[in-house]
Design a protein around this ligand. Sequence first.
Ligand code: SF4
Length: 293
Amino acid sequence: MFGSDHSGSDPLGGGSDQLIPSRGILASRPYRSRPALPFRPERIVLAKGALECPSGQELVHSICTAYPRAVVSERFDAPHNRIDLGACDPLELHDRGKKTLVIGVHHSAVRQSSEAGNTCPNYWHFSPYGFCPYRCHYCYLAGTRGVRFSPTVKIFVNLDEILAEIDRVARRLNRPTAFYLGKLQDGLALDPLTGYSRRMIPFFAAHPFARLALLTKSADVANLLDVEHRNRTILSWTLTPDAIARRFAPGSGLLCAWIPSSTASPIPISSWTVSSRPHEIAASAAFQQASCS
Ligand code: SF4
C-alpha cells in the first residue's frame, strides 16, 4: 500500500474514523485528521502493526493526507521504539525525533505508575501516544531512558485494545478509578490528527468505573465541543505566561499571560464546568462533580 519512501502524495485515498463495535460503550463518529499545528513532521514512519487492522489503515491514510509534504517510510519489521533516525549525538537524535512521527501499536499501554518515594500516590495511566510534539526546554520526558533511546513522536492505532484493557482493569478493581493520559506524552496535542478524544471521552462517560484525567498544553479543543462526557472526564491545562513560554516552551499551543479568575475559562468550551486555582501554575477545567470523587 505504501511503497518506498515518497513525499507529496496522497497514498491511500479517502479516510474516516472506524466504527467501534464494543458493546455500545464506545462512540462511533466519522473523523478526518487535521494537522496538529505547530507540529509539522518531516517524516512519517509506519512501524510494525500500523496497517494490521482496518482502523489503523484508515487512520494512517487520514494522517498522511493531513501532512502531504512529509516523507512516508515503511518499517513494518520494526516496533515503534526501534526506528533508526540516523544520528548518534543525543541532541541531533532528539531534534530528528521531534520531526518524526511514528505510527504503530503499543500492547502494554495501560500501566500503573510504580515510582518509589513519590509524594503523590501512584496511579493508572495509559498511552495512545508516545512522547510529544512540543519542545519545552524543561521537559522531564526528554531525559527519561525510553525517550533518550527513542525520541520520536508516536501515535498508536490500537486504541480499541487499549480501551478494552482499561475496561478490564477498572472492572477488576470494581470501584471508580482514574486513568491518566498525559504522564508519558501530552494528552491532547495530537488529537487533531487522531480524533481519539471523540472515542475516549464517550467510552469513559459510559463506563461504570473508569474515569479519564487528561493533561495537556494544547489549546485545540475543537474535538471536545460537542462530545458526550457525563461529568466523567477532567481536563487539566498547564498555563504559562507568554514571555516564559516563548523562551522555554516553544511549540506548545497554549500561551497565557494571566491565570483566569475562578469564573473564567482559559478555553472556550461552554459545555464544560470550570474550576481554576489562580495561585497555581496549573489551572484545571473540570467537569461538575468530578467522577473520581
Ligand atoms: S508539553 Fe510536556 S511532554 Fe510536551 S515537550 Fe512540554 S513538558 Fe514535554
